[in-house]
Every structure is written in structure tokens, then in C-alpha cells.
Design a protein around this ligand. Structure first.
Ligand code: GDP
Ligand code: IMO
Ligand code: MG
Length: 427
């Protein structure tokens, strides 16, 4: 029975939340394995719109158990607020399981994220300011605080104190800001201990047992391939492993168990925050895509930078993640264009690159080599089969499939749960 990884194939916000939610009742567990509340996954169910940050998309399907894996960083304020908001809308999340090994985002790391960005000035990353980077840095530096520490208050306070012994020097001497108090931070964290205690589990054992029993598990990626700390546009990346490999390290399920790796990509491309973006459109065309696609961040509300589909990025994502399928979203947004440019290669200092250049300097200097494909004018938001799409839209999808090197198994024609054309079922 399948273990399916769902991964962003671009710079995020491709529609991973919708793709995961849409798998619906055939899924027993949805696991978040990386990132934290830097993610924003919008899911539209009928007339209702949900914006999930920390809780996996499976929460919206009553028969599915959402799991927060060891690779996630958890802000307890956000987690509990999100559970409360969902409860007010009639969705019970008490069945959720949280790994005892997941790291917590203490308030001082939210502060550190923001002051670091301010300090960087023009060289800033454009982070979401949620404390993600500093918390992963603490994890690697072995001064992190984990979910399990909540259940031993004296250990918790010792760990917070040890972290602050280092960080307060930086706050006061480098950033000229207030030192954090270990008692205060410990108190902030402990107020949630009893609430989440029943949900804390060894999620690694839970998921491996579930797979042994033939259950279906979906690993819901946050962020995306080009934001991955190893494989993305470093340093303009997030601080976790957002590629398919991260689904294994961040959940404790080994690579041999993964059956399918589904990439999600828009029929164009967007990016939030700073960093290189070869197909970015600065003028009217970019504004048109942003307005048509409603391209404003789910987490920070920032306008997303928009550009044409980048097949070099797509081929790279196919390789890095071993994609077996691609879900192509937001095809409906392109309706009304006479011609649709697609970036098929880059040019760097007069040299053509069909694949990702080896170094960042070349990527920064890459200019897109475009080919133009015919557009369509028909409203496609009600189309539910590939053959019903206008011929130009069918040809566009087949072109992207060929250029991206992976089969396009589903096509999004609107934000709604049912607004999807299935070509090859994923479960
Ligand atoms: P995620 O972070 O990858 O889950 O994506 P986001 O939720 O941040 O952004 C994707 C946006 O596109 C959301 O507002 C979705 O409701 C919307 N969306 C997803 N698929 C489609 C689609 O096929 N067509 C349209 N028009 N909107 C879509
Ligand atoms: P989903 O899961 C788009 C970007 C930020 C910034 C960089 C680092 O909704 O696709 P961070 O706060 O993670 O340290 O910021 O990564 N970023 C995202 N961009 N979608 C996301 O998540 C993102 N999560 C982080 O804008 O450029
Ligand atoms: Mg998003």
C-alpha cells in the first residue's frame, strides 16, 4: 500500500495543501516532516476556505490522522491557536499525533529571526519571521528544545538557560536588544504541556507500523525544492530539507518504503522573499499573473513575485526528488493569453544551459531562453477531463510534461476540492 510524498517542485505555494487534501478519504495518515508555520497551505472546501500553517492538511478529513513528524519545528502558540480556530469551525484535531523529537520554536528565536533580517539590511533573506532559521540552527548546534522536554520542567529550564547563555550575549552585544529571561521562556512553553501531552507519541514507530498494516501515508512537504537548504538557491532558502529525501529524515520512514513522489508545480511560477528568479516578470505581465492567480502569501500576505514556467527548474526538481508524478496547478490562471512563453533553457554569458548551472553566480546571471506556445480563451474551470480542455491547453500540458521529464498526473483548474482533472490516479 502506498507511501506517497508530496513535494513543492518550485519555490513554494504550488498548491501542495490542496493536492494533499484532495487525496481525501483514501489516506489514513498525513505527515508533515519539515518546516513549521512558515508554511501556508490554503484549502477550499465548498464555500469554506482554510489556511493551515502547522497542522497537516489531513486534519480536514475526519478519517485521517494528522502527524507532526520529528523534522518539524513547532511554535506552540501557533499550534494551539490553529487547533482552537479549527475547533470553532467544527473540526476536531485532538486525534493529531506529535513527535516527541520535534523541536520547539521558543519566543527568543522569533525575535532572533527578525533582528537578524534587520541586521542584514539589503542582504536579507526575506524570511517569514517565524523563527524557523534560528530554531533549525539550534537543533544542529545541539542547543535546541524538543517537545519531550516539556514533560521534565527542570530539564526544560536547564536547556533554555544553556541556550540563552549563548544567545543573550548576541542579543545584547551584537543586536543591541533586550536579553530574554530563562524563567519567562520556560513558563511560556510549559503552559501548553498538559494540552499537548495526549498527542505526543513515537510517531516513527506509529508510521512504520501503519505501513506494515497496509495503511496509506502521505508525506506533505512544506516549502519546496528551490527553497531546500541543500538543493535550493542558497542562501535564499529555508532552513530545512524540503525535498523528497527530507520526507525520510523528517519522519523516520526509510526510502525503500516510499512508493510515489508527487511534485506539485504551477503552470507558471512564483517566489516570495529575496533571491534569484530567472523567469521573473517585473512589469505588466507579472502584475497580470499576480492578480489573475491571487498571488499574495498565505502566511505573510506579501505579494508573490511571478514569472513564466521554468522547465530547467522542473527538470531539476524531477531529478532531485525522483518524481514519479507531477500535479500541475492553476492552469485556469493562464486563460486569456494569446501566447504563453516557457523557459526551456538558460543563457549565462553567451553559453546555453539545459540543466541547472553548478554554481549560484551563474544562476544569478541566467537569462531565460523562451519558446512560445499558443494560449486559449475558453473558461476551463468547469472542465473535469483532459479531452474536454481546449486543444491549446492540452498541448501546453503535454509540452510541459515533455520538458519536465515526468508524467503530469493531475491538473488544477481552480482552488476547489473538485476542480481537478485526474489523468493518472495517485492512490
Ligand atoms: P501551498 O503552500 O503549496 O499549499 O500553496 P498555497 O496554498 O500557499 O497557494 C496556492 C494557492 O492557489 C491557494 O490559494 C489555493 O487555493 C490556490 N489553488 C490551488 N490549486 C489551484 C488551481 O488549480 N487553480 C486556482 N485558480 N487556484 C488554485
Ligand atoms: P509553503 O509550504 C513560499 C520562503 C520565505 C523566504 C525563505 C526563508 O506555503 O509553500 P523562512 O521563514 O523559512 O526562514 O524563510 O523561504 N518561504 C516560503 N515561500 N512558500 C512557503 O511555504 C515558504 N516558506 C518559506 O519567503 O524567502
Ligand atoms: Mg503556501
Amino acid at each position: 500500500m502506498p507511501a506517497i510524498v508530496v513535494i513543492g517542485a518550485q519555490w513554494g505555494d504550488e498548491g501542495k495543501g490542496k493536492a494533499t487534501d484532495q487525496l481525501g478519504e483514501s489516506v489514513d495518515y498525513v505527515v508533515k516532516f519539515n518546516g513549521g508555520n512558515n508554511a501556508g497551505h490554503t484549502i477550499v472546501v465548498g464555500e469554506e476556505k482554510f489556511a493551515l500553517h502547522l497542522i497537516p492538511a489531513g486534519a480536514l478529513t475526519a478519517t485521517c490522522t494528522p502527524v507532526i513528524g520529528p523534522g518539524v519545528v513547532v511554535d506552540l502558540d501557533v499550534l494551539c491557536a490553529e487547533m482552537d480556530e479549527l475547533a470553532e469551525r467544527g473540526i476536531d484535531t485532538s486525534r493529531m499525533k506529535i513527535s516527541a523529537n520535534a523541536h520547539l520554536i521558543p519566543s527568543y528565536n522569533r525575535t532572533l529571526d527578525k533582528v537578524t533580517e534587520r541586521f542584514l539590511g539589503k542582504r536579507k533573506i526575506g524570511t517569514t519571521g517565524r523563527g524557523i532559521g534560528p530554531t533549525y540552527a539550534d537543533k544542529m548546534n545541539r542547543i535546541g528544545i524538543r517537545v519531550q522536554d516539556l514533560f521534565d520542567p527542570s530539564i526544560l529550564e536547564q536547556k533554555v538557560r544553556a541556550a540563552l547563555d549563548q544567545k543573550n550575549n548576541m542579543f545584547v552585544k551584537v543586536f543591541n536588544t533586550r536579553a530574554a529571561s530563562a524563567e519567562e521562556v520556560t513558563g511560556q512553553l510549559l503552559q501548553y504541556a498538559e494540552r499537548i501531552r495526549p498527542m505526543v507519541a513515537n510517531t516513527t514507530v506509529l508510521l512504520n507500523d501503519a505501513l506494515d498494516e497496509g495503511k496509506t501515508v502521505v508525506f506533505e512537504g512544506g516549502q519546496a525544492t528551490m527553497l531546500d537548504v541543500d538543493h535550493g538557491t542558497y542562501p535564499f532558502v529555508t532552513s530545512s530539507s524540503a525535498t523528497a529525501g527530507g520526507a525520510c529524515t523528517g519522519s523516520g520512514v526509510g526510502p525503500k518504503r516510499i512508493d510515489r513522489v508527487v511534485g506539485v508545480a504551477k503552470a507558471y511560477i512564483t517566489r516570495v522573499g529575496e533571491g534569484p528568479f530567472p523567469t521573473e516578470l517585473d512589469g505588466e505581465q507579472g502584475d497580470w499573473l499576480r492578480e489573475q492567480g491571487g498571488e499574495y502569501g498565505t502566511t505573510t500576505g506579501r505579494p508573490r513575485r511571478c514569472g513564466w514556467y521554468d522547465a530547467v527548474v522542473a527538470r531539476y526538481a524531477t531529478q532531485v526528488n525522483s518524481l514519479t508524478d507531477l500535479v500541475l496547478t492553476k492552469l485556469d490562471v493562464l486563460t486569456g493569453l494569446d501566447e504563453i512563453p516557457v523557459c526551456v533553457a538558460y543563457e549565462v554569458d553567451g553559453k546555453r544551459y539545459d540543466d541547472m548551472p553548478a554554481d549560484q553566480t551563474s544562476f544569478h546571471h541566467a537569462t531565460p531562453v523562451y519558446e512560445n506556445f499558443p494560449g486559449w480563451n475558453e473558461d476551463i474551470s468547469h472542465v473535469r477531463s483532459f479531452e474536454e480542455l481546449p486543444q491549446a491547453a492540452q498541448d501546453y500540458v503535454l509540452t510541459l510534461e515533455k520538458l519536465s521529464g515526468v508524467q503530469i498526473s493531475a491538473i488544477g483548474v481552480g482552488p476547489g476540492r473538485d476542480q481537478t482533472i485526474i489523468r493518472h490516479p495517485l492512490t
